[in-house]
Design a protein around this ligand. Structure first.
Ligand code: G6Q
Length: 546
């Protein structure tokens, strides 16, 4: 039984918060020149500087105690060992097995799952190479150079984000496209750009029942059949799924089906055959490097004591803000154009995993769980929502992610970008006092009336937390590490909050209700009861569409 009131470390943190709350980061920096060293961790070439947080050794020690009290070590071991920790769906959670680069067995229901994972990886390798080398061609013998992933949610966001992040590694003659939304615009815009003879459609759907994906897949199938005939389907469609029966019903034979398993959650499936488009775009060897990077993070996570364990530290600091400071927001800013979709990917990973209110003991929680996550690419977002981060009434803990070396070192671009990310962390932490503002305005020759009028507007409270994550370069290996770091961070927070991070029943209700409304929009008179707002909206839209 877990409730905040029952937990010793939780109480200890509440009492620390009472005397710690007003502490200023810049005072802690001034008092300890070694603060950055003390609160940084490095894993290979990845550096995590978490010193610009509202923490000290007392806070961190209590947070580590909380993790111990919550049995985190055992819970980590349970996940990696294939225990059915997804209790509401009675499933193991083994995305880590997909990148298990050690030759060790992992058992689910007494059966080693590694042979089937290895066989699936071999199949991805063979197929992706055959496409890249032009050995697997389209129906008319032409090389398949337009690769279209049709999927949504976990079957889209991961491959989409990773393909964009690793665009530098794409084969020169290959183009990747993504269709996810049920909005026909997604399909139309992609189909307008491509040639059926050179297009491979990948239908990515774990369940193969998702209405968006199947509707998009049928539209693309019709487009292809209209151009090349029914026989062409086998050469232009493959499926990534756990549902063989539905895949076959769609008309794709099992040779063109790439399996994965129910122990891989959608938002954690990038490492499985859902990563097919990544392997085709960047080559299987590079795809394997991504798995290697994730595995390096897995080893770090499972083998490192909490005090130096990157995902554990990041997770606990998040808990500190969420549950003790009462800050329920969190921002991720990659300073890299290739990583611009990373926040959207993380948003699903974090909010779908930890956006829960029922504990593992089947009770409403009496504390906050997952925060609202948003973000975008720096420096772009500095010119949009950063105003609120600097001077708004909301404190938003922020992760700043940046590669030390860019794939496109043109002139001073990357140095300017680096200067910006560092300046943002410093400015958010340090702020600018009214005295500093006055001195600046005086130096600029402003009158005392003008200075009095402007000094408050131009001052910054500072004391706003950031983590700075420096990678050497955005490559498959470092991307694998980065994704796995956040996966484990989310997992640790789920453990602290005593929730199941691996189901997602919250997405069901709206989907079901859409199925009720659809026939009404299509003109069938069904007597479904709605609230008066929904009924009026249905009538209005029907009237306009007439
Ligand atoms: C992720 C979710 C969800 C899922 C999509 C697509 O963890 O389960 O985003 O990935 O709903 O589902 P299918 O892959 O089954 O089409």
């Amino acid at each position: 039984m877990f409730g905040k009131s029952k937990n010793k470390a939780w109480k200890q943190l509440e009492s620390i918060y009472k005397h710690f709350a007003g502490t200023q980061m810049k005072d802690m920096f001034a008092a300890d020149p070694k603060r950055a060293e003390k609160y940084s961790e490095q894993l290979e070439s990845m550096l995590i500087d978490y010193s610009k947080n509202l923490i000290n050794s007392e806070v961190m020690a209590a947070l580590f105690n909380l993790a111990r009290e919550r049995g985190l070590k055992e819970k980590i071991a349970d996940m990696f060992a294939g225990k059915k920790i997804n209790t509401t769906e009675n499933r193991a959670v083994l995305h880590t097995a997909l990148r298990n680069r050690a030759d060790t067995p992992i058992y689910v229901d007494g059966r080693d799952v590694m042979p089937q994972i290895d066989a699936a990886l071999d199949k991805i390798r063979d197929f992706s190479e055959a496409v890249r080398l032009g050995r697997f061609t389209g129906y008319t013998g032409k090389k398949l150079t337009n690769i279209v992933n049709i999927g949504i949610g976990g079957s889209d966001l991961g491959p989409f984000m990773a393909c964009e992040a690793l665009r530098h590694y794409w084969a020169k003659d290959i183009n990747c496209y993504f269709i996810s939304n049920i909005d026909g615009t997604g399909c139309a815009e992609v189909l307008n750009k491509i040639d059926p003879e050179t297009t491979l459609f990948i239908i990515a759907s774990k369940t193969f029942t998702t209405i968006e994906t199947l509707t998009n897949a049928r539209t693309c199938r019709k487009w292809l059949v209209d151009a090349l005939g029914e026989h062409a389907v086998a050469k232009h469609f493959i499926a990534l799924s756990t549902n063989k029966e539905e895949v076959e019903k769609f008309g794709i034979n099992s040779d063109n089906m790439f399996a994965f398993w129910d122990f891989v959650g959608g938002r954690y499936s990038i490492w499985s055959s859902i990563g097919m488009i990544i392997a085709i775009a960047i080559g299987y060897k590079n795809f394997e490097r991504m798995l290697d990077g994730a595995y390096a993070m897995d080893k770090h996570f499972t083998e490192t004591e909490f005090e130096h364990n990157i995902p554990v530290i990041l997770a606990l600091i998040g808990v500190w803000y969420n549950n003790f400071y009462g800050i329920h927001r969190y921002c991720v800013i990659p300073y890299d154009q290739y990583l611009r979709y990373f926040p959207a990917y993380l948003q699903q990973m974090d909010m779908e995993s930890n956006g829960k209110s029922i504990s593992l003991d089947n009770k409403y929680v009496d504390y906050s769980t997952g925060p609202v996550l948003f973000g975008g690419a720096g420096t772009d977002v500095q010119h949009s929502f950063f105003q609120l981060l600097h001077q708004g009434t909301e404190i938003v803990p922020t992760d700043l992610i940046v590669p030390a070396i860019s794939h496109n070192e043109i002139g001073a671009h990357h140095q300017i970008l680096l200067a910006n990310v560092l300046a943002q962390g410093e400015a958010l932490m340090h702020g600018k006092t009214e005295d500093e503002t006055i001195a600046e305005l005086e130096a600029a020759g402003k009158s005392s009336t003008e200075i009095n009028r402007l000094k408050k507007y131009k001052s910054f409270s500072g004391n706003r937390p950031t983590n700075t994550i420096v990678l050497r370069k955005i490559d498959p290996y470092s991307l694998g590490m980065l994704i796995a770091m956040y996966e484990h961070k989310v997992f640790v927070q789920g453990v602290i909050w005593n929730i199941n991070s691996f189901d997602q029943f919250g997405v069901e209700l709206g989907k079901k209700m859409a199925l009720n409304i659809l026939p009404e929009l299509q003109g069938m008179n069904r007597n479904t009861q709605h609230d008066c707002s929904t009924s009026a909206l249905i009538s209005y839209i029907k009237k306009i569409r007439k």
